[in-house]
Design a protein around this ligand. Structure first.
Ligand code: URP
Ligand code: ZN
Ligand code: ZN
Length: 455
């Protein structure tokens, strides 16, 4: 054994029990009562919980977007992930015109590999669908890249997929064992409403929300679900943030369709009221935070299992970049931070009694591993899986501040939020990467994760 974690309470999506864990060559080798050591390193986890590392299935690291590049590099983003108990990130690789799917992932991998502090995978964003791209789906799946995303918005940015593209990729995904994710908002409604507000001189961050209110997102959720049901193809909706969409997901799941919904911590904590704040532009992301009814519906969806995963949509910009939109909300680069906050926030909500710890592990780790095809390695504490492990102190009080975060961004939307309990150690494949508030890993440690989705 290389390392033994002793005396902790192990919590997975299904079980809670006290046992020791023996780790060898980065894998969980033994789980049992009072494992005897022979001189190896020991972590005493008495009074602590021992959890599988979180999987953040939705990040945008150093991504060209909004007239700039998102502010966390692969190094800064994965460093922050490690310090928040996230041991795997799924980043979005944007297809450039004329480029193939595998080529797109390889290009991002060249940037990511020397920087990654935890393991990573890519979802390739299809923005240039051609017959050759549909033909490449099978090769991409065989390569270990079985998840793609299409944007139903961002028309002006050249990223949008229309219904024709959406239907073609859904059909092909069903045939090849891939999974399509969608960012669902109605682009025409957004454009019409945005133009109207600008003409009226209504330019504050509040009008970012007003140009994309609940029904703008709900329409696109319903449309995407309609196509998925009609074509009998699986569908994953990213960053679901509205009640009506939540209800449509529930209906489709109850009817037996393979529909997954992801939401993000920001939609579970903040409401659209943030856009009235002086620093409202810092909260501008798409879809925007919604009203309290939506927030409540999302929490209900977590409890009923209609929300399958929590991910962050981590896409931060520096405050100087957010300031571009001080006098015009359309100039604010869209995106917020959360990569270091997701697991601590969800676990804190569990610690306060809102959900069980098992549920927090299910939506933050077990489900993303299963849905995106890496549950052979990740998502639980089981013999043979990677030793991606978080030691969590349920008694630690923690107040989030820019000063105790580990990303490169100069503020956090989570400033001042108080958490009950906090991770004290993170192991990535058995290697300590975070300890007592400090990052102790190294860039280049993280490995590209090849995946296969089981159907
Ligand atoms: O505002 C956001 N969410 N920015 C990142 C890109 C996306 O839509 O996911
Ligand atoms: Zn999006
Ligand atoms: Zn996103």
């Amino acid at each position: 054994m290389d390392l033994i974690i002793k005396n902790g309470v192990i919590i997975t999506a299904k079980d809670t029990y006290k046992a020791d864990i023996g780790i060898k060559n980065g894998k969980i080798a033994v789980i049992g009562k009072e494992i005897e050591g022979s001189g190896e390193e020991i972590i005493d986890a008495e009074g602590k919980y021992v959890l599988p590392g979180a999987i953040d299935a939705h990040t945008h690291l150093e991504m060209p977007f909004g007239g700039t590049i998102s502010a966390d590099s692969y190094e800064a983003g994965t460093r922050a992930a490690a310090c928040g108990g996230t041991t795997t990130v799924f980043d979005f690789a944007l297809q450039q015109k004329g480029h193939g799917i595998i080529q797109t992932a390889r290009e991002r991998d060249e940037l990511c590999a020397p920087q990654a502090c935890v393991d990573y995978a890519f979802h390739v964003v299809i923005s240039d669908l051609r017959p050759e791209i549909l033909d490449e789906f099978q090769a991409a799946v065989d390569y270990g890249l079985p998840s793609f995303k299409v944007y139903m918005v961002y028309k002006k940015e050249g990223l949008m997929a229309d219904d024709g593209v959406l239907c073609q990729v859904l059909e092909k995904s069903k045939e090849t064992g891939a999974l399509i994710s969608v960012h669902a908002e109605n682009p025409d409604l957004i454009d019409i409403r945005t133009d109207k507000y600008l003409k009226e001189g209504k330019t504050s961050a509040w009008y970012h929300y007003m140009s994309r209110p609940e029904f703008v997102e709900a329409e696109a959720d319903k449309r995407a679900i309609h196509w998925a049901k009609s074509l009998n193809a699986p569908l994953y909706i990213v960053h679901l943030a509205n009640k009506e969409g939540m209800e449509e997901v529930k209906r489709a799941k109850d009817e037996g369709y393979e529909i997954y919904a992801e939401t993000c911590p920001q939609y579970l904590y903040f409401t659209s009221e943030v856009y009235k704040r002086e620093d409202g532009r810092n909260f501008v992301c798409s879809p925007p935070m919604k009203g309290k009814e939506s927030l409540d519906a999302l929490w209900k969806g977590i409890k009923t299992g209609d929300i399958s995963t929590i991910a962050t949509d981590h896409c931060p910009f520096q405050s100087s970049e957010k300031d571009w939109g001080k006098d015009d909300f359309t100039k604010i680069p869209n995106g917020c931070m959360g990569i270091e906050n997701m697991y601590p926030y969800m676990l804190s909500e569990a610690n306060k009694g809102r959900i069980s710890f098992n549920k927090a592990v299910e939506v933050c780790s077990a489900n993303p591993a299963k849905i995106f095809g890496c549950d052979n390695q990740k998502g639980s504490i089981v013999i043979g899986k990677d030793a991606d492990i978080v030691i969590y102190d349920p008694k630690k009080e923690f107040t989030i501040s820019k000063n105790n975060m580990h990303s490169d961004v100069d503020y956090t939307i989570w400033e001042g939020v108080k958490l009950k309990g906090y991770p004290v150690m993170t192991l990535s494949r058995g290697k300590l990467v975070f300890k007592d508030g400090e990052f102790v890993g190294k860039p280049g440690w993280g490995k590209f994760l090849k995946r296969k989705i089981k159907r």
